[in-house]
Design a binder for this molecule. Structure first.
Ligand SMILES: Nc1ncnc2c1ncn2[C@@H]1O[C@H](COP(=O)(O)OP(=O)(O)O)[C@@H](O)[C@H]1O
Ligand SMILES: [Mg+2]
Length: 270
């Protein structure tokens, strides 16, 4: 028989699926800030936060919500070359395909953007922008100077380098929206809502307040780490459920299983 924990485990597979978006206090605040910033006559907006704080899902959410009344485009992880990037941008701006074997003439693209000023307003959501080099960022800035194209630049905050301090990110007036790690309340709501969305009521109810506290402690309020931890917790639950059901308390998630998961993920050591 299939364990009831299999479904619970799969709820926490890390993905950015807009159907799974949950309105949490912090994400609603960030969403409203972003929406408000997009309305302002800004050229660039910075969305800033550590990996796993929900930047990509927020950008996808805003793109989905605004697409019916704005020209808004989400550009995902830039694995593409500069050439391909401008190719994609050309298509969005001109609404045309570039003929094969031709390269985008950058200064012509800038001139074209200038002609759009006051006529169209295009919003480009650039995810993982720390991967664009300084020359690319400079070009992006030049395009935003046309005021026909507005960029929302999403950047990972890291410990070892302060990216916004870098010159190419500093030299324009930016509005900065920062996503922080989840509060214990937001994270508990996240876990419950994710499970309830899949009708896993019993399992959701078995995660008590002290469990949530411990989960938050180990994952540090990071949604990606939280996903990993929850996945591992339910993987262990599934094992017991299938092999040693006497060892599991279906009414309350044992703290021990959370600790075992943290151990497995290397958050703690024996
Ligand atoms: N408000 C939210 N609703 C649903 N899932 C969320 C929310 N915020 C974060 N997540 C989930 O947490 C994980 C990390 O989010 P992601 O947007 O990929 O972070 P980042 O881009 O900052 O690294 C993803 O699995 C994402 O679906
Ligand atoms: Mg991301």
């Amino acid at each position: 028989m299939k364990s009831r924990y299999t479904a619970a485990k799969n709820v926490f597979v890390d993905s950015v699926d807009i159907e799974d978006y949950i309105e949490l206090e912090s994400s609603v605040t960030a969403y409203q800030q972003l929406e408000h910033s997009i309305e302002k006559p800004l050229k660039m907006i910075l969305l800033f936060g550590r990996p796993g704080t929900g930047k990509s899902i927020l950008l996808n959410r805003i793109a989905q919500k605004l697409k019916h009344n704005k020209e808004i485009h989400y550009f995902d992880t830039p694995t593409i070359s500069e050439k391909e990037f401008f190719y994609k941008l050309f298509k969005v701006l001109t609404k045309k395909d570039l003929p094969a074997n031709t390269e985008v003439n950058f200064s012509a693209l800038v001139d074209f953007c200038k002609t759009l000023r006051g006529k169209r307003e295009i919003i480009i959501l650039l995810d993982e922008a720390q991967m664009y080099g300084p020359e690319m960022m400079e070009k992006i800035r030049l395009l935003s100077d046309s005021r026909a194209v507005k960029f929302v630049v999403s950047l990972h905050k890291t410990d070892d380098e302060d990216l916004i301090a870098k010159e190419h990110f500093q030299s324009r007036i930016w509005e900065v929206i920062e996503l922080k790690n989840a509060t214990p309340q937001d994270q508990a709501e996240y876990i419950h809502k994710k499970l309830l969305k899949k009708n896993l009521f019993e399992i959701a109810n078995s995660i008590k307040e002290k469990n949530m506290k411990l989960i938050h402690q180990f994952s540090n309020g990071n949604y990606r780490e939280c996903n990993k931890l929850m996945f591992t917790i339910f993987e262990i639950c599934q094992y017991y459920d299938e092999n040693e059901p006497s060892k599991i308390n279906y009414a309350q998630l044992p703290q021990k299983i959370i600790e075992m998961s943290a151990l497995k993920l290397g958050y703690i050591h024996v």
